[in-house]
Design a protein around this ligand. Structure first.
Ligand SMILES: *[C@@H]1O[C@H](CO)[C@@H](O)[C@H](O)[C@H]1NC(C)=O
Ligand SMILES: *[C@@H]1O[C@H](CO)[C@@H](O)[C@H](O)[C@H]1NC(C)=O
Ligand SMILES: *[C@@H]1O[C@H](CO)[C@@H](O)[C@H](O)[C@H]1NC(C)=O
Ligand SMILES: *[C@@H]1O[C@H](CO)[C@@H](O)[C@H](O)[C@H]1NC(C)=O
Ligand SMILES: *[C@@H]1O[C@H](CO)[C@@H](O)[C@H](O)[C@H]1NC(C)=O
Ligand SMILES: *[C@@H]1O[C@H](CO)[C@@H](O)[C@H](O)[C@H]1NC(C)=O
Ligand SMILES: *[C@@H]1O[C@H](CO)[C@@H](O)[C@H](O)[C@H]1NC(C)=O
Length: 926
């Protein structure tokens, strides 16, 4: 959430003037490096790099001596690290990004080859093979390595297909001319175009059709512009412009697109498995005024017959927007406990939000007091007596936890367990961490705290809701509007709007001297001393201006001596991971569910992400698809999604209906809206009610198929949501597609894309396709664009790829608990040869350790279904793992068989659709 339409109005409508860039002439005059002392390590090289001429000191101090380390880490991964010989430059801490194991492969066994040019130093990374593809090539470009500017350019083929480098709202296939991607995590309401957003993932995929795909990951957390353009000579390039750290590259050989995903997972980590229930439909809104209203939304979903799995509450529940409190009048603690108990008794879940900022102006506020006495807040660098560094957030003037402090985890865990304990506390099922870029309402680094804090916490402007006497479906009597008396209280500030302009005093930037800060501990990979940490000379294209704008000042030190300048992009990542740890402490045997707004490469190892504060617009409906594709297939964050129907601005019925359908085919499925917008639950309109029901019905029947896909990604790194080119890497028609995707291996989703339209043109690759909704074979042959008209607002085109077996539940249900009692139906969509394959993974759904699982590879051949694998999962609580039915699409005939038994299903139900009902005797109990 956040900062809705009012607070950041200044950023939303206006295009900000780009900060001026110091001319690069001096960089072009830099001498580059020369390589000497080339040492063969058996599985790589160690080389000295020395500045090849006079220092140019273009943006900062040139570093004289560097080390180049080349490691053939595995057959398909090459590690190339260029760092300062003095080991002063910042390197991401191991605990924050655990490094992959170096398996010390012999270069001759590697798919890749590193080619060194000694003087001037440059290098190439080549994929061996018939056409020895040059993947990365710095030939002709000098390396620039300064304490606050790193520059490196690689030549690329013309019109390259580059993807990744998230998070952005830009085209999925990145523009190739005059384009830059800035990586600097930032508060970004309305997800502005061509801007840095909440997350930084310095990894790109370069797809070259039949020649293969490779990946390049730069392990560097400092701010950067990655420029993709053509030089004056017309040559295509990609260029890194980084304001610190080292050039720590991982080259991933591919050569299929999914191979690169797999190889990246080996570096950045595999996602954990998420609870089965997290695939259920979820509802939230900033501006559910009181606990009764929360209950009423849940009740209204029941009344409308729309399954709701998870209810969320935004910062509304907090007392004056303070973490670890509940509003005593509108969300009294005992009612919150009762709410969660009631939800749990209905097999529903509850999730709450936390922000990292801790109100720092009330000595009696426990979380601050305890944090302060543990000394875990970020200290004001250069301040006296260890005073806290302060800023402004929802509750007013705040301090921020220093995640590098060794005691921060315990403090955070204790606060979480204190409020959210399962015996007598608010027994939440997941946590949502927000504002963790970290966002600071003190919008520029020298702002006046008191002035910036005016209006925070924001006043509650709603009027108390009358007691209608109307019971809430499924809730105890005391959950009725009016049964507590919400009221606007003097405890809250008077309703003052956030200012859109900066106070005069803060505007004059020139007057602010940039302090030359010394790190507490110099060197030791913590960053060079004597840097300009506030206003470095190379200005990345941060859409909120200076590095420190709307966040913590970048000249503040962390406990371990590193600086916010270098670690800024890790703040949300670390907060998320610490929260994950706290959730594990609460429920040690269960898979935690923690959702974060801000991310860095590798965040997906533990937690998931939603795409932040989007807008209720068709543009952002479309944007959802490319963000999902990038995050799942390229950033290894497989449980992601947008705020369905959009967060900011009012949602419109037809758009929301389309989004309800689209959202059902993204991994994480939550409807969420901002405080000043009208409610947009699916029960609010006819179209969204119908579309929502249909979408949830389909999603739930397909839940085990999706769960199997997620499981595969968590174990193999193979993405379960894929762009079309992953499946058709040689079909150039697919490279640019950003409005369609594969949900699992077999379902091609092609929603209506244009505003208010009922017509969609989409690409159908060559092959057999079946309409998911009718089961009919698609008449077209594929390999071409297809147009469908009259697609109602409650429909979404979904096609099954020929050759697929899709496990489905026979019927949907109102909760995933009920869903798991449904037996299975296998949808079989044969290919040209009448064959198909598929997979099914089943486990208990919530436990971290799953001793007994079922994992099947399914094959349909010669009219028989067979399976191999393990079948150890023991259902309990009325769950079903019965194979009740198979449905063969598009043809007649067939039988059912299993390798361990001899089944022959003769009881054909409907010849027309090729559907059989297995005789009771033929049911398979796993
Ligand atoms: C090289 O080309 C030959 C013939 O086209 C092919 O059989 C072989 O697999 C190729 N080798 C590699 C490593 O791509
Ligand atoms: C990178 O691109 C941005 C935006 O086009 C531009 O302002 C900047 O000068 C470029 N950086 C370099 C080093 O060329
Ligand atoms: C629930 O539905 C009733 C009408 O059926 C409506 O008056 C009320 O506003 C709804 N409540 C919420 C919180 O959506
Ligand atoms: C960023 O901060 C600078 C320095 O205080 C200020 O001049 C500028 O207006 C700020 N930009 C925005 C968009 O707030
Ligand atoms: C919504 O559907 C109901 C019947 O289900 C109908 O009576 C009502 O007129 C519809 N409303 C609109 C705005 O179409
Ligand atoms: C399909 O339509 C899109 C959008 O009009 C177009 O860019 C693309 O080239 C078309 N593809 C084919 C194979 O005709
Ligand atoms: C969900 O519950 C409603 C009643 O609230 C019922 O009408 C509907 O059939 C149930 N849906 C499923 C799929 O069981």
């Amino acid at each position: 959430m956040r900062v809705g339409s009012f607070a950041f109005a200044a950023y939303c409508g206006l295009t900000l003037a780009a900060p001026t860039i110091t001319k690069r002439a001096s960089v072009d005059d830099c001498p580059g490096y020369k390589a000497t002392n080339v040492e063969d390590t058996g599985s790589g090289l160690k080389v000295d790099l020395t500045l090849a001429g006079a220092r140019c000191d273009s943006y900062s101090e040139d570093l004289q001596d560097l080390v180049l380390e080349v490691e053939y880490q595995t057959e398909d991964r090459l590690h190339v690290h260029i760092y300062d010989a003095g080991l002063n430059q910042y390197q991401v801490q191991d605990g924050v990004f655990p490094r992959p194991e170096n398996k010390k492969t012999s270069p001759s066994d590697s798919l890749l080859e590193f080619k060194l040019n000694e003087n001037p130093f440059s290098f190439q990374v080549i994929r061996k093979g018939n056409n020895s593809e040059i993947l990365f090539d710095t030939t002709g470009h000098k390396l620039v390595f300064e304490s606050q500017y790193l520059g490196l350019r690689t030549n690329l083929p013309d019109n390259p297909n580059i993807y990744g480098l998230g998070e952005s709202s830009d085209p999925f296939r990145l523009p190739t001319q005059g384009y830059h991607r800035t990586l600097w995590n930032s508060e970004s309401p309305y997800l502005p175009f061509n801007s840095n957003l909440y997350g930084s993932h310095p990894v790109y995929f370069d797809h070259r059709g039949a020649s293969g795909t490779h990946g390049v990951f730069l392990l560097n957390a400092d701010g950067m512009d990655v420029n993709i353009s053509k030089g004056d000579d017309g040559k295509q390039y990609l260029e890194y412009n980084v304001i610190g750290g080292t050039f720590d590259f991982y080259f991933l050989a591919g050569k299929q697109p999914s191979d690169v995903s797999r190889q990246y997972a080996e570096v950045a980590g595999y996602s954990p498995m998420y609870p089965y229930w997290t695939f259920g439909f979820q509802q939230c809104k900033y501006g559910y005024w009181d606990v009764n209203m929360v209950a009423e939304v849940v009740g209204n979903y029941s009344k409308a017959g729309i399954p709701l799995e998870v209810m969320w509450t935004d910062i509304d529940y907090m007392d004056r927007r303070r973490d670890f409190t509940t509003d005593p009048e509108n969300f009294p603690h005992h009612k919150m406990v009762e709410l969660v108990d009631t939800l749990h008794s209905r097999n529903q879940k509850y999730i709450l939000i936390l922000d990292p900022s801790i109100y720092a102006k009330d000595r009696s506020y426990g979380p601050y007091q305890r944090g302060d006495s543990a000394g875990i807040f970020i200290k004001k660098t250069g301040g006296s007596n260890g005073e806290d560094y302060l800023g402004v957030q929802w509750p007013g003037i705040v301090a921020w936890p220093d995640w590098f402090h060794p005691d921060t985890q315990d403090w955070w865990t204790n606060e979480i367990i204190g409020l959210f304990n399962s015996s007598g506390g608010i027994d939440i099922d997941g946590l949502w961490v927000d504002m963790n870029e970290a966002s600071n309402f003190c919008h520029n680094y020298n702002c006046n705290l008191e002035e910036a804090a005016v209006g925070n916490p924001p006043a509650l402007t709603h009027t108390p809701r009358p007691n209608t006497g109307r019971p809430i479906e499924g809730f105890p009597k005391d959950f009725q509007p009016g049964s507590t008396t919400p009221s606007v209280k003097a405890r809250y500030a008077s309703p003052v709007k956030h200012r859109n302009t900066l106070p005069a005093a803060a505007r004059g930037m020139a007057a602010i001297a940039s302090p030359q800060v010394n790190s507490r501990e110099l060197g030791a990979k913590k960053g060079m001393p004597r840097r300009d940490l506030l206003t470095p000379k190379y200005k990345i294209q941060n859409h909120v201006g200076e590095l420190s704008n709307s966040t913590l000042r970048t000249d503040q030190a962390n406990y371990d001596g590193t600086m916010q300048y270098d670690t800024h992009n890790l703040y949300g990542h670390m907060m998320g991971w610490k929260t994950h740890e706290a959730m594990l402490k609460r429920r040690p045997t269960k898979r935690p569910f923690v959702m974060t707004r801000s991310t860095f490469a590798g965040t997906g190892r533990k937690i998931n992400h939603w795409f932040g504060d989007n807008e209720s617009s068709w543009e952002h409906y479309r944007l959802t698809i490319r963000q999902m594709l990038t995050f799942v297939s390229m950033h290894q964050m497989p449980m992601v999604g947008s705020d369905v129907c959009g967060f900011n601005s009012p949602a419109e019925e037809r758009m929301c209906a389309r989004w309800a359908l689209l959202g059902a085919f993204q991994p994480f499925y939550r409807n969420h809206a901002e405080i000043s917008t009208p409610q947009q639950e699916f029960y609010q309109w006819n179209l969204t009610r119908i579309a929502g029901k249909k979408a949830i019905d389909a999603r739930y029947k397909l839940m085990d198929y999706a769960y199997t896909g997620l499981y595969r990604q968590t174990t193999k790194g193979e993405p379960w949501i894929k762009p079309l080119f992953f499946e058709y890497p040689e079909d150039a028609n697919t490279f640019n597609i950003q409005t369609q995707w594969f949900y699992g291996d077999s379902l091609l989703i092609s929603p209506v894309i244009d505003d208010y339209s009922d017509t969609v043109t989409f690409y159908l690759p060559k092959g057999n396709w079946y309409d998911y909704w009718t089961g009919n074979k698609v008449p077209e042959l594929g390999g071409a664009n297809i147009t469908r008209s009259n697609v109602s607002f409650t429909d979404i085109p979904v096609f099954i790829k020929g050759g697929s077996i899709i496990p489905t539940r026979l019927n949907s249900a109102n909760t995933t608990t009920e869903l798991r009692k449904q037996p299975f139906n296998f949808l079989i969509a044969p290919d040209e040869n009448g064959e198909a394959t598929g997979r099914l993974y089943i486990d208990e759904g919530e436990l971290i350790d799953q001793p007994d699982i079922t994992e099947l590879e399914l094959t349909w051949k010669d009219g028989k279904l067979s399976s191999t694998g393990t079948r150890d999962y023991n259902p309990s609580n009325g769950e079903s793992v019965e194979f009740k039915q198979i449905t063969v699409l598009g043809q007649d005939g067939g039988s059912y068989s299993d390798p361990n038994t001899k089944y022959d299903a003769k009881t054909k139900v409907s010849r027309k659709t090729g559907q059989w009902k297995l005789n009771e005797d033929f049911q398979v109990s796993l």
